[in-house]
Design a protein around this ligand. Structure first.
Ligand code: NAD
Length: 465
């Protein structure tokens, strides 16, 4: 039974380790955070990821999955060592912060006493495989020990991570040592996915190019959405019409608040930085980032164009996590939106099915005025007495709300749908002043005075009567 060590127990490390254990391997996961490891040993997960908790429990009980803070325990006779630590944006111009990978490489070298393949699963700048090789070679406690380095970028999506790991579109492996790459490939054979085996620089680049392409698709449709809105077209139908073209495809064409999370923002920044450093001018990547940021501003502009000043207003926020089915708040649009709204003197009533705890932590860290943030137990509570409701994260439970109940709980019936999950005509019929993203719903009404229902369009007044 192959023995695997996974360094880092975050979204990628924990999923990787657990899924490899599920496939029958002996896995030890190492993290430097003592509390995290202690809780994992008790079966308490540091993240929310559908299906993961049961899988951790099953494999821990089967004796295939272990957690430790000790590198020597983790590395003990391991043939494969996966590095899955974080690579956030570093200080300065947007490049990836390699400190955690470098520290992990040093810690591996200080304990390694047998041949092993070291696998970079973290998303790392092109050339990082060489950096890891150099660090390990220069820090080995036993200089006669041989090792190989392989790049194996991960493509899983948070919220569907277990499913994605077990059903990958492809497995990318890059190394200057083809035997080592082939050895790593054997671990993935049960998944029956196509392999792309390349040199190490190409494998590292495939990850950045893939994420940059997906981010570009999102910014592209968001730019189209703005044009649609101005010209009276509906971007949802435009995307559907485009998506039937096999060269285009429908996925990734959802106009809205743009991308967030722990990958697209930092990876597009890091790729642009790599290109800048190489003396290039990556214009498209910069445009992708600018458009993405503007989408967050746009929803606040929509809000003020209807309500006027936000001072003294209460705004409901549905969804905080950067996308549904995760509690990850890294670079979530909700953070900027809440900061801007509360900064203009409004109070927010917020609700997310799972991200309350992480959101509270992130909002505090981002210096949001917490006295202006009220956490609610469900969407109906978040809608109580608000002057407007913003749909920020498209959790499934928000798609089947009783919108009449939501509407009657609100002080003013303004619904701004940042993810286009509701139908404009239906929402108008229910009495909402509805604005989507790129839905071509006509010009915004003039400023709506607080609590003045006489300014509602006639159809809505009928409904009230
Ligand atoms: P994360 O922040 O959730 O987890 C990283 C973990 O590594 C943390 O638990 C941290 O304590 C641990 N760690 C840091 N330094 C360590 C060290 N020296 N030794 C042991 N543990 C250490 O990060 P993540 O979201 O899992 O991402 C990990 C990498 O995978 C990143 O490079 C990311 O870009 C990439 N990636 C992430 C996703 C995703 O959806 N999150 C998808 C594909 C690729």
């Amino acid at each position: 039974m192959p023995k695997i060590c996974v360094i880092g127990t975050g979204y990628v490390g924990l999923v990787t380790g657990t899924c490899f254990a599920e496939l029958g391997n002996q896995v030890t996961c190492v993290d430097i955070i003592v509390e995290k490891i202690e809780r994992l040993r008790q079966g308490i997960l540091p993240i929310y990821e559908p299906g993961l908790e049961e899988m951790v429990e099953r494999n821990t009980h089967a004796g295939r999955l272990h957690f430790t803070t000790s590198y020597s325990e983790g590395l003990d006779t391991a043939e494969y060592i996966f590095i899955a630590v974080n690579t956030p944006t570093g200080p300065g111009q947007g490049g990836a912060d390699m400190r955690y990978v470098e520290t992990a490489a040093r810690s591996i070298a200080e304990e390694l006493d047998h041949y092993a393949v070291i696998i970079n699963k973290s998303t790392v700048p092109v050339g990082s495989g060489d950096v890891v090789s150099r660090i390990v070679a220069s820090s080995l406690k036993r200089p006669d020990v041989a090792f190989a380095v392989v790049s194996n970028p991960e493509f899983l999506r948070e919220g569907a991570a277990v499913q994605d790991f077990m059903n990958p579109d492809r497995i990318v492996l890059g190394s200057s040592d083809p035997d080592a790459a082939r050895k790593v490939a054997t671990l993935y054979l049960p998944l029956r996915a196509p392999f792309v085996i390349t040199d190490i620089y190409t494998a590292e680049m495939i990850k950045y190019a893939s994420n940059a392409f997906l981010a570009t698709k999102i910014s592209f449709i968001n730019e189209i959405a703005q044009i649609c809105e101005r010209l009276g077209a509906d971007v949802k139908e435009v995307a559907a019409g485009m998506g039937f073209d096999k060269r285009i495809g429908r996925s990734g064409l959802d106009a809205g608040l743009g991308y967030g999370g722990s990958c697209f923002p930092k990876d597009v920044r890091a790729l642009a930085h790599m290109a800048d450093e190489a003396g290039l001018h990556p214009q498209m990547l910069h445009a992708v980032m600018d458009i993405n940021y503007d989408q967050r501003r746009l929803i606040v502009t929509k809000l003020t164009s209807i309500l006027g000043s936000l001072r003294g207003c209460t705004i409901g926020i549905l969804g905080l996590a950067f996308k549904p089915n995760t509690d990850d708040m890294r670079e979530a649009p909700a953070v900027d939106i809440i900061r801007w709204i509360t900064g203009q003197g409004a109070t927010v009533r917020v609700y997310d099915p799972v991200a309350r705890e992480t959101a509270e932590e992130v909002l505090r860290r981002e210096n949001v005025r917490m006295e202006s943030v009220q956490f609610c137990g469900d969407a109906y509570e978040a809608a109580e007495g608000v002057d407007a409701l913003l749909m920020v994260t498209e959790w499934n439970e928000f798609k089947s709300l009783n919108m009449l109940q939501i509407r009657s709980a609100m002080r003013r019936p303004v619904l701004i749908d940042g993810r286009n999950i509701y139908e404009a005509a239906e929402m108008s019929r229910l009495g909402f002043i509805y604005r989507g993203m790129g839905r071509g719903t006509g010009p915004a009404p003039s400023i709506l005075p607080s609590g003045d229902m006489t300014s509602l369009p006639p159809a809505q007044l009928e409904l009230e009567a």
